[in-house]
Design a protein around this ligand. Structure first.
Ligand code: DTR
Ligand code: CA
Ligand code: ZN
Ligand code: ZN
Length: 436
């Protein structure tokens, strides 16, 4: 440091400076041919449905395109995904004079040239809250995505999840997405899995028969439960898989039935009521939280997870007790400029971070007194690791700081934030890591 930026001088504060950076033990992940899919907790899926019901109730009774209830639904789902370490994108479009939103969520990692997508439309009709149509699909896809994060799943393929807008107006959101996807990006899609109405109160177990591999994957799952399935025969074009199929993407999905009537033969194999619609509240105001069959919701949610894990091509999960998360990408620190950050995604852990979270920092920088360093937790809380100092003229910061992060959820995107507060000396973040 030669000329401190005005007002930047600060006395060093006492920060627990630990010993030297522990020798980095390579975090060897357990590599398996195929990692088993986790069970999707029904209670978690229903909790999302409860939230969507509350949102509808607070917004005129629906979650329809162009209404406040839809954007509130998007905000709810997005917040969950951001906190779980997904890279989310809101894609806007216009339909019927109103702004619509598609929500995309990418799970960092995997082969970018092989993308497996799973999706559900998040909008309801204006007549009601749309809890089965299609809160059920939306909640199950959300909880599957959260399970990917919770388990720290690192699939061979890249995973992308989607929540579509304005499906009820004619697949508007999904059509917009596919039509605006560059052909080079479209060709990377190895499959699109669609889930629209998967918890109908008088349920059937229908599997889309568009792509044979995807169809078999779902049928194999239901065979493990000894549940016979039928081919979804209401014809293509009835939901958001249609634009993907038209674009040549392999598609599949699950469906528990809408306004068609359950036959006696179907009631024989699935239970329920002969001569009654699979969902008597289809597109009606009674499509509320009470309009859900829990068994169908649970089975279909688990089937979604099974398909996502199976079709994402093997993968790894962190070793039991895996406790190190590192980012070794160099990040330049602008001289006397804005702060920069480097992130690590923590996943697969339960509960909060420890009271003695170890933060290993390796920054190459002349006159390290210029630097202010913070750890930023997934919820945005900043923990000061190092203050600037007008007297610390030594070079480089190679240290491990101990932070009491016990009030922070462990999973999510943690960031190291570094700012050079004085002119003339420069450097970069070489690497940093968290040890739980
Ligand atoms: N169009 C969907 C419901 C629906 C009706 N038939 C099928 C077949 C396959 C998937 C979905 C549907 C809706 O109203 O959102
Ligand atoms: Ca389950
Ligand atoms: Zn519908
Ligand atoms: Zn639907």
């Amino acid at each position: 440091m030669r000329f401190p930026a005005p007002g930047r001088l600060a006395a060093a504060t006492a920060v627990a400076l630990a010993a030297f950076l522990a020798p980095a033990l390579p975090a060897t992940a357990t590599t398996a041919a195929t990692v088993a899919a986790p069970d999707i907790p029904l209670a978690n899926v229903k909790a999302h449905l409860t939230q969507l019901q509350s949102i509808a109730t607070a917004n005129g009774g629906n979650r329809a395109h162009g209404r406040t209830g839809y954007k509130a639904s998007v905000d709810y789902v997005k917040a969950k995904l951001d906190a779980a370490g997904f890279t989310t994108t809101l894609q806007q479009f216009t339909s019927g004079g109103s702004t619509g939103y598609n929500l995309l969520a990418d799970w960092p990692g995997g082969d970018p040239n092989q993308v497996l997508m799973s999706g559900a439309h998040l909008d309801s009709v204006t007549a009601g809250p749309g809890i089965n149509d299609n809160g059920s699909g939306s909640a199950a896809v959300l909880e599957t995505a959260l399970a990917v994060s919770r388990t720290g799943y690192q699939p061979t393929k890249h995973l992308r999840f989607a929540w579509w807008g304005a499906e009820e107006l004619g697949l508007v959101g999904s059509k917009y997405y596919v039509n605006n996807l560059a052909s080079s990006e479209r060709s990377k899609l190895t499959g699109y899995l669609n889930f629209d109405m998967i918890a109908s109160p008088n349920p059937g177990y229908f599997v889309y028969d568009d792509d044979p591999t995807i169809e078999k994957t779902f049928k194999d799952y239901f065979a493990t439960l000894s549940i016979p399935t039928e081919i979804e025969t209401e014809g293509d074009g009835r939901s958001d898989h249609a634009p993907f199929k038209s674009a040549g993407v392999p598609v599949g999905g699950l469906f528990s039935g809408a306004d068609y009537i359950k036959t006696s033969a179907q009631a024989q194999k699935w239970g329920g009521t002969t001569g009654q619609a699979f969902d008597r509240c289809y597109h009606a105001s009674c499509d509320t939280s009470a309009n859900i069959n829990d068994t169908a919701l649970d089975r279909n949610s688990d089937a979604i997870a099974y398909a996502v894990w199976t079709l994402s091509g093997g993968g790894t999960t962190p070793p039991d007790g895996g406790n190190q998360y590192e980012n070794t990408t160099d990040v330049a620190v602008p001289d006397a400029g804005a702060a920069v950050t480097s992130a690590v995604t923590v996943s697969g852990r339960t509960g909060n971070a420890p009271a003695a979270l170890q933060v290993g920092v390796d920054i190459k920088h002349t006159w390290r007194g210029d630097l202010v360093i913070d750890l930023v937790a997934p919820d945005g809380t900043a923990y000061r690791l190092k203050n600037s100092s007008s007297s610390d003229s030594a070079d480089n910061v190679l240290a491990t700081y101990t932070v009491n992060a016990s009030s922070e959820a462990a999973n999510g995107s943690w960031k190291l934030r570094v700012q050079d507060t004085a002119a003339q000396d420069t450097g970069y973040i070489d690497s940093w890591k968290l040890t739980f």
